[in-house]
Design a protein around this ligand. Sequence first.
Ligand SMILES: Cc1cc2nc3c(=O)[nH]c(=O)nc-3n(C[C@H](O)[C@H](O)[C@H](O)COP(=O)(O)O)c2cc1C
Length: 298
Amino acid sequence: MEIDNGLALRIGLSLLAAVIAYILLVKSKNKSGERASNEPAVTVTARPGKDPAEEEFSDEPDEPVEDSDDEDPGAALEQLPRIKLDHEPVDGEEMCRRSQHFYDVMKKRRTVRTFSKRPVPREVVENIVRVGGTAPSGAHTEPWTYVVVSDPEIKAQIRDIVEREEEVNYDRRMGTTWVKDVTLLGTDHSKPYLDEAPYLIVAFEQTSGVRPDGKKKHHYYSRLSASISAGMLLAAVHYAGLVTVTSTPLNCYAALRDLLERPATEKAFLLLPIGYPSEDTTVPDLVRKPLEDIMVMT
Ligand SMILES: Cc1cc2nc3c(=O)[nH]c(=O)nc-3n(C[C@H](O)[C@H](O)[C@H](O)COP(=O)(O)O)c2cc1C
Protein backbone atom coordinates (compact mmCIF):
# COMPACT_ATOMS: atom_id res chain seq x y z
CA MET A 1 0.00 0.00 0.00
CA GLU A 2 1.32 3.41 -0.96
CA ILE A 3 1.61 6.02 1.76
CA ASP A 4 0.94 9.67 1.00
CA ASN A 5 4.01 11.41 2.48
CA GLY A 6 2.10 14.65 3.15
CA LEU A 7 -0.63 12.80 5.02
CA ALA A 8 1.91 10.82 7.10
CA LEU A 9 3.70 14.03 8.03
CA ARG A 10 0.43 15.71 9.07
CA ILE A 11 -0.57 12.68 11.21
CA GLY A 12 2.90 12.61 12.81
CA LEU A 13 2.80 16.32 13.65
CA SER A 14 -0.72 16.03 15.12
CA LEU A 15 0.39 13.11 17.33
CA LEU A 16 3.45 15.06 18.49
CA ALA A 17 1.29 18.10 19.27
CA ALA A 18 -1.15 15.91 21.23
CA VAL A 19 1.70 14.36 23.28
CA ILE A 20 3.22 17.81 24.04
CA ALA A 21 -0.21 19.18 25.02
CA TYR A 22 -0.75 16.20 27.35
CA ILE A 23 2.67 16.63 29.00
CA LEU A 24 2.04 20.36 29.53
CA LEU A 25 -1.38 19.64 31.02
CA VAL A 26 0.01 17.09 33.51
CA LYS A 27 2.84 19.47 34.48
CA SER A 28 0.51 22.38 35.08
CA LYS A 29 -1.73 20.18 37.28
CA ASN A 30 1.26 19.13 39.39
CA LYS A 31 2.37 22.73 39.71
CA SER A 32 -0.98 23.94 40.95
CA GLY A 33 -0.93 21.06 43.49
CA GLU A 34 2.50 22.15 44.72
CA ARG A 35 1.35 25.72 45.08
CA ALA A 36 -1.60 24.67 47.21
CA SER A 37 0.59 22.77 49.69
CA ASN A 38 3.20 25.54 49.81
CA GLU A 39 0.74 28.25 50.61
CA PRO A 40 1.57 29.97 53.89
CA ALA A 41 -0.24 28.29 56.79
CA VAL A 42 -3.17 30.33 58.00
CA THR A 43 -2.40 30.25 61.69
CA VAL A 44 -5.91 30.96 62.90
CA THR A 45 -7.53 28.04 61.09
CA ALA A 46 -7.49 24.55 62.57
CA ARG A 47 -6.24 22.18 59.86
CA PRO A 48 -7.90 18.80 59.62
CA GLY A 49 -5.78 16.13 61.27
CA LYS A 50 -3.40 18.70 62.80
CA ASP A 51 -3.55 19.82 66.40
CA PRO A 52 -2.31 23.44 66.68
CA ALA A 53 -1.49 22.74 70.32
CA GLU A 54 0.82 19.87 69.34
CA GLU A 55 2.39 21.98 66.59
CA GLU A 56 3.19 24.74 69.06
CA PHE A 57 4.60 22.23 71.50
CA SER A 58 7.76 21.43 69.61
CA ASP A 59 10.66 21.58 72.04
CA GLU A 60 13.07 22.73 69.36
CA PRO A 61 14.71 26.04 70.29
CA ASP A 62 13.20 29.03 68.47
CA GLU A 63 16.64 30.38 67.63
CA PRO A 64 19.78 28.37 66.86
CA VAL A 65 22.53 28.43 69.46
CA GLU A 66 26.19 27.94 68.53
CA ASP A 67 26.93 24.27 68.99
CA SER A 68 29.77 23.02 71.16
CA ASP A 69 32.02 20.03 70.61
CA ASP A 70 30.30 16.97 71.91
CA GLU A 71 31.21 16.26 75.45
CA ASP A 72 30.19 13.27 77.50
CA PRO A 73 28.00 14.51 80.37
CA GLY A 74 28.15 11.08 81.99
CA ALA A 75 31.90 11.44 82.28
CA ALA A 76 31.46 14.76 84.09
CA LEU A 77 29.14 13.11 86.62
CA GLU A 78 31.65 10.30 87.14
CA GLN A 79 34.20 12.90 88.17
CA LEU A 80 32.02 14.27 90.98
CA PRO A 81 32.91 13.20 94.49
CA ARG A 82 30.52 10.55 95.77
CA ILE A 83 28.56 10.74 99.03
CA LYS A 84 26.54 8.21 100.99
CA LEU A 85 22.88 8.04 99.99
CA ASP A 86 20.65 9.85 102.50
CA HIS A 87 17.94 7.22 102.74
CA GLU A 88 15.70 6.26 105.66
CA PRO A 89 14.69 2.60 105.47
CA VAL A 90 10.94 2.13 105.97
CA ASP A 91 9.37 -1.22 106.90
CA GLY A 92 6.61 -2.76 104.82
CA GLU A 93 3.75 -1.73 107.10
CA GLU A 94 4.89 1.86 107.34
CA MET A 95 5.47 1.89 103.59
CA CYS A 96 1.85 0.82 103.00
CA ARG A 97 0.60 3.48 105.40
CA ARG A 98 2.67 6.22 103.79
CA SER A 99 1.79 5.26 100.23
CA GLN A 100 -1.92 5.10 101.16
CA HIS A 101 -1.68 8.47 102.90
CA PHE A 102 0.04 10.09 99.91
CA TYR A 103 -2.58 8.69 97.57
CA ASP A 104 -5.38 9.93 99.87
CA VAL A 105 -3.85 13.41 99.75
CA MET A 106 -3.20 13.41 96.01
CA LYS A 107 -6.58 12.08 94.96
CA LYS A 108 -8.14 15.28 96.27
CA ARG A 109 -6.10 17.41 93.84
CA ARG A 110 -8.37 19.19 91.42
CA THR A 111 -7.92 21.83 88.79
CA VAL A 112 -9.45 25.05 90.11
CA ARG A 113 -10.32 28.05 87.95
CA THR A 114 -11.84 30.34 90.59
CA PHE A 115 -9.43 31.93 93.04
CA SER A 116 -9.59 33.95 96.21
CA LYS A 117 -7.37 37.02 96.56
CA ARG A 118 -6.22 35.81 99.97
CA PRO A 119 -2.46 36.29 100.15
CA VAL A 120 -0.09 33.33 100.20
CA PRO A 121 3.21 33.56 102.11
CA ARG A 122 6.11 33.99 99.73
CA GLU A 123 8.02 31.32 101.63
CA VAL A 124 5.39 28.75 100.64
CA VAL A 125 5.79 29.59 96.95
CA GLU A 126 9.56 29.36 97.31
CA ASN A 127 9.24 25.89 98.85
CA ILE A 128 6.88 24.80 96.09
CA VAL A 129 9.41 25.87 93.46
CA ARG A 130 12.18 24.19 95.46
CA VAL A 131 10.23 20.92 95.16
CA GLY A 132 10.15 21.39 91.35
CA GLY A 133 13.91 21.84 91.57
CA THR A 134 14.37 18.41 93.15
CA ALA A 135 13.20 16.63 89.99
CA PRO A 136 15.41 14.27 88.04
CA SER A 137 16.68 15.64 84.71
CA GLY A 138 18.53 14.32 81.68
CA ALA A 139 22.25 14.27 82.63
CA HIS A 140 21.39 16.53 85.59
CA THR A 141 20.94 19.55 83.34
CA GLU A 142 17.98 20.92 85.37
CA PRO A 143 16.45 22.53 82.28
CA TRP A 144 13.73 24.59 83.96
CA THR A 145 13.09 28.16 85.04
CA TYR A 146 10.04 29.16 87.06
CA VAL A 147 9.15 32.83 86.79
CA VAL A 148 6.98 33.80 89.76
CA VAL A 149 4.83 36.85 89.16
CA SER A 150 3.08 38.73 91.97
CA ASP A 151 3.15 42.27 90.54
CA PRO A 152 -0.51 43.15 89.70
CA GLU A 153 0.62 45.15 86.64
CA ILE A 154 2.46 42.18 85.12
CA LYS A 155 -0.38 39.83 86.01
CA ALA A 156 -2.78 42.15 84.17
CA GLN A 157 -0.49 42.14 81.12
CA ILE A 158 -0.36 38.32 81.20
CA ARG A 159 -4.15 38.17 81.41
CA ASP A 160 -4.42 40.51 78.45
CA ILE A 161 -2.01 38.40 76.33
CA VAL A 162 -3.80 35.17 77.22
CA GLU A 163 -7.36 36.41 76.78
CA ARG A 164 -6.63 37.99 73.38
CA GLU A 165 -5.20 34.68 72.09
CA GLU A 166 -7.89 32.58 73.75
CA GLU A 167 -10.56 34.56 71.92
CA VAL A 168 -8.95 33.53 68.63
CA ASN A 169 -8.54 29.93 69.89
CA TYR A 170 -12.21 29.66 70.75
CA ASP A 171 -13.53 31.57 67.73
CA ARG A 172 -11.28 30.46 64.88
CA ARG A 173 -8.03 28.67 65.59
CA MET A 174 -9.19 25.48 67.24
CA GLY A 175 -11.82 23.14 65.83
CA THR A 176 -15.33 22.66 67.14
CA THR A 177 -14.34 19.40 68.87
CA TRP A 178 -11.73 21.21 70.99
CA VAL A 179 -14.18 23.96 71.87
CA LYS A 180 -16.81 21.37 72.84
CA ASP A 181 -14.29 19.35 74.91
CA VAL A 182 -12.99 22.30 76.92
CA THR A 183 -16.37 23.98 77.28
CA LEU A 184 -17.61 20.79 79.00
CA LEU A 185 -15.09 21.55 81.76
CA GLY A 186 -16.55 25.02 82.19
CA THR A 187 -13.82 27.05 80.48
CA ASP A 188 -14.05 29.93 78.04
CA HIS A 189 -11.72 32.66 76.82
CA SER A 190 -12.13 34.76 79.97
CA LYS A 191 -9.42 34.15 82.63
CA PRO A 192 -10.14 36.33 85.69
CA TYR A 193 -7.99 34.01 87.81
CA LEU A 194 -4.92 35.49 86.15
CA ASP A 195 -5.63 38.71 88.08
CA GLU A 196 -7.08 37.14 91.20
CA ALA A 197 -4.54 34.47 92.11
CA PRO A 198 -1.82 36.01 94.31
CA TYR A 199 0.93 34.35 92.26
CA LEU A 200 1.35 33.22 88.67
CA ILE A 201 4.14 30.78 87.98
CA VAL A 202 5.27 30.57 84.37
CA ALA A 203 7.23 27.36 83.75
CA PHE A 204 9.97 27.58 81.14
CA GLU A 205 11.85 24.71 79.56
CA GLN A 206 15.49 25.55 78.87
CA THR A 207 16.05 23.97 75.46
CA SER A 208 19.80 24.44 75.95
CA GLY A 209 22.14 26.14 78.39
CA VAL A 210 25.35 28.07 78.17
CA ARG A 211 28.71 26.67 79.22
CA PRO A 212 31.24 28.85 81.06
CA ASP A 213 33.08 29.27 77.71
CA GLY A 214 29.90 30.74 76.18
CA LYS A 215 29.18 27.72 73.99
CA LYS A 216 25.99 25.73 73.90
CA LYS A 217 25.38 23.28 76.74
CA HIS A 218 23.23 20.36 75.60
CA HIS A 219 20.06 19.79 77.54
CA TYR A 220 18.98 16.20 77.12
CA TYR A 221 15.25 15.46 77.16
CA SER A 222 14.63 19.03 78.24
CA ARG A 223 10.84 19.04 77.73
CA LEU A 224 10.49 15.69 79.47
CA SER A 225 12.66 16.80 82.39
CA ALA A 226 10.88 20.15 82.72
CA SER A 227 7.49 18.42 82.63
CA ILE A 228 8.48 15.98 85.37
CA SER A 229 9.68 18.93 87.44
CA ALA A 230 6.41 20.76 86.85
CA GLY A 231 4.46 17.65 87.87
CA MET A 232 6.32 17.54 91.15
CA LEU A 233 5.66 21.23 91.62
CA LEU A 234 1.94 20.61 91.06
CA ALA A 235 2.00 17.97 93.78
CA ALA A 236 3.74 20.44 96.11
CA VAL A 237 1.07 23.10 95.43
CA HIS A 238 -1.62 20.64 96.44
CA TYR A 239 0.29 19.31 99.44
CA ALA A 240 0.73 22.88 100.72
CA GLY A 241 -3.08 23.33 100.68
CA LEU A 242 -3.20 25.57 97.60
CA VAL A 243 -4.74 25.13 94.17
CA THR A 244 -3.83 25.81 90.56
CA VAL A 245 -4.91 25.37 86.95
CA THR A 246 -2.43 23.48 84.80
CA SER A 247 -2.87 25.86 81.90
CA THR A 248 -1.30 25.80 78.46
CA PRO A 249 -2.21 29.09 76.84
CA LEU A 250 -1.87 28.42 73.14
CA ASN A 251 0.10 30.91 71.03
CA CYS A 252 1.06 33.03 74.06
CA TYR A 253 4.47 31.58 74.76
CA ALA A 254 6.62 33.96 72.74
CA ALA A 255 4.76 36.98 74.16
CA LEU A 256 5.16 35.63 77.71
CA ARG A 257 8.87 35.08 77.16
CA ASP A 258 9.26 38.64 75.89
CA LEU A 259 7.22 40.13 78.71
CA LEU A 260 9.17 38.18 81.34
CA GLU A 261 12.49 38.90 79.60
CA ARG A 262 13.60 35.29 79.26
CA PRO A 263 16.22 34.30 76.68
CA ALA A 264 15.46 32.70 73.30
CA THR A 265 16.70 29.34 74.60
CA GLU A 266 13.77 29.16 77.02
CA LYS A 267 10.25 28.12 76.05
CA ALA A 268 7.28 28.76 78.29
CA PHE A 269 5.11 25.67 78.52
CA LEU A 270 2.81 26.10 81.51
CA LEU A 271 1.08 29.00 83.20
CA LEU A 272 0.12 28.17 86.78
CA PRO A 273 -1.95 30.53 88.92
CA ILE A 274 -1.32 29.68 92.56
CA GLY A 275 -3.59 30.54 95.48
CA TYR A 276 -6.59 29.54 97.57
CA PRO A 277 -9.83 28.54 95.88
CA SER A 278 -12.65 31.08 96.10
CA GLU A 279 -15.37 30.26 98.65
CA ASP A 280 -17.88 29.27 95.96
CA THR A 281 -15.53 27.06 93.92
CA THR A 282 -17.13 24.10 92.18
CA VAL A 283 -15.37 21.55 89.98
CA PRO A 284 -16.64 19.18 87.30
CA ASP A 285 -17.67 15.81 88.71
CA LEU A 286 -14.95 13.80 86.95
CA VAL A 287 -14.39 10.09 87.41
CA ARG A 288 -10.81 8.80 87.30
CA LYS A 289 -9.86 5.56 85.61
CA PRO A 290 -9.65 2.67 88.07
CA LEU A 291 -6.29 1.00 88.74
CA GLU A 292 -7.04 -1.94 86.45
CA ASP A 293 -7.41 0.46 83.51
CA ILE A 294 -4.08 2.22 84.08
CA MET A 295 -1.85 -0.56 85.43
CA VAL A 296 -0.81 -3.72 83.69
CA MET A 297 0.98 -6.21 85.92
CA THR A 298 2.93 -8.93 84.17
C1 LIG B 1 -1.05 19.40 79.83
C2 LIG B 1 -2.32 20.00 80.38
C3 LIG B 1 -2.83 21.14 79.81
C4 LIG B 1 -3.97 21.74 80.33
N1 LIG B 1 -4.39 22.93 79.82
C5 LIG B 1 -5.41 23.56 80.40
C6 LIG B 1 -5.78 24.87 79.96
O1 LIG B 1 -5.14 25.45 79.09
N2 LIG B 1 -6.81 25.47 80.58
C7 LIG B 1 -7.52 24.88 81.59
O2 LIG B 1 -8.44 25.49 82.09
N3 LIG B 1 -7.18 23.63 82.03
C8 LIG B 1 -6.15 22.98 81.47
N4 LIG B 1 -5.76 21.75 81.95
C9 LIG B 1 -6.47 21.16 83.09
C10 LIG B 1 -7.33 19.96 82.68
O3 LIG B 1 -8.49 20.40 82.03
C11 LIG B 1 -7.67 19.15 83.92
O4 LIG B 1 -6.48 18.65 84.48
C12 LIG B 1 -8.59 17.98 83.62
O5 LIG B 1 -9.85 18.46 83.23
C13 LIG B 1 -8.74 17.02 84.80
O6 LIG B 1 -9.22 17.72 85.92
P1 LIG B 1 -8.47 17.64 87.32
O7 LIG B 1 -7.14 18.33 87.13
O8 LIG B 1 -9.38 18.37 88.28
O9 LIG B 1 -8.26 16.20 87.68
C14 LIG B 1 -4.63 21.14 81.44
C15 LIG B 1 -4.10 19.97 82.01
C16 LIG B 1 -2.96 19.42 81.50
C17 LIG B 1 -2.36 18.20 82.17
